[in-house]
Design a protein around this ligand. Structure first.
Ligand SMILES: C[S@@+](CC[C@H](N)C(=O)[O-])C[C@H]1O[C@@H](n2cnc3c(N)ncnc32)[C@H](O)[C@@H]1O
Length: 285
């Protein structure tokens, strides 16, 4: 079959669901991933023929997209700060916002010559921990998640990106908290309210793990309460806490952290101008 005919079928089948431009992107992601060919290949070889096996890959991918499966899960990979990471239905697909959170940490610590010890809580695919280990070569990075399945993916990602991260299965609500151990604690915990589900796209709310995303409306700061307790005990004096937050609760998270001795609070906005990140410093002894 001609590759250009597959492209046409993609548009016929998916344009209504995703829009023409998005479908063109999907098609070329498949071309790169399944055929190992650059995007411009079809332009210079318009009569390119693909094998029966390749054809089935495209049709399987098309069927998965029709069912609303995110492209990252269909391809099994995504990128995060120039790193390639494996993803599947057990882990959240890393978001551009989270890249911004990591960039903040990297900016604060670029050129640092001292060893720093970092803990990432709720690591998922391992994106934050792995990026920090990669770009801060002197850092010693540990990461926890409640999900064994997520940790399998995170460990594979660390190996693939040639970094060492100590991954442990643990529940942040019930962990042995080491005393004054870390220079940095970072977390992108579940923070989307159950009631926000209605306004979310189907492929997010149905495909990604609920445990990674949602908190009850009655308890929006659930994870931040535990994170504040852990940070107060486990951060060294002067140690830094960096968190991703729900845009509705910047002030509340800030107050909560202050109650736990985390001060010098700074809130930053994401690319859409929404309060999305918070940093505080543990000033308690
Ligand atoms: C929003 S996701 C973030 C994943 C990844 N850090 C990222 O930024 O893409 C939250 C993660 O917290 C984990 N998690 C949920 N409840 C937890 C708990 N009680 N203790 C530890 N991790 C938990 C989930 O399994 C999920 O991987």
């Amino acid at each position: 079959m001609l590759l250009k005919d597959i492209k046409q079928i993609f548009h016929q089948e998916l344009d209504l669901q995703y829009g023409k431009e998005e479908v063109t992107h999907f098609f070329y992601y498949f071309v790169e991933s399944y055929l190992g060919l650059p995007r411009f290949h079809l332009a210079i070889q318009p009569q390119w023929i693909i094998t029966k096996e390749e054809e089935s890959l495209f049709f399987e991918g098309l069927a998965a997209l029709k069912l609303g499966r995110p492209i990252q899960y269909v391809l099994g990979t995504t990128s995060f700060l120039e790193l390639t990471l494996r993803v599947n239905e057990h882990v959240l697909i890393p978001r551009p916002e989270t890249e911004e959170l990591v960039r903040w940490i990297l900016k604060d610590h670029e050129g640092s010559r001292s060893k720093i010890k970092i803990l990432d809580i709720g690591t998922g695919s391992g994106c934050i921990a792995i990026a920090l280990a990669k770009y801060l070569p002197l850092a010693e990075v540990e990461a926890i998640d409640i999900s064994e399945e997520a940790l399998v993916v995170a460990k594979q990602n660390a190996t693939k990106n040639e970094v060492t991260v100590l991954f442990k299965q643990a529940d942040v609500r019930d962990i042995d908290i080491p005393q004054k151990e870390y220079d940095i604690i970072v977390s992108n915990p579940p923070y989307v309210l159950e009631s926000e589900k209605v306004s979310m796209e189907n492929h997010v709310k149905n495909a990604e793990p609920s445990r990674a995303l949602f908190v009850p409306d009655k308890h929006p700061l659930l994870f931040y309460e535990y994170l504040a307790i852990v940070a107060q005990k486990a951060l060294k004096k002067g140690g830094e806490l960096y968190l991703e937050i729900n845009q509705l609760y910047g002030k509340e998270v800030s107050d909560l952290l202050k109650e736990h001795g985390i001060n010098d609070i700074e809130i930053r906005q994401d690319l859409h101008g929404k309060d999305r990140f918070i940093k505080g410093i543990n000033l308690a002894q």
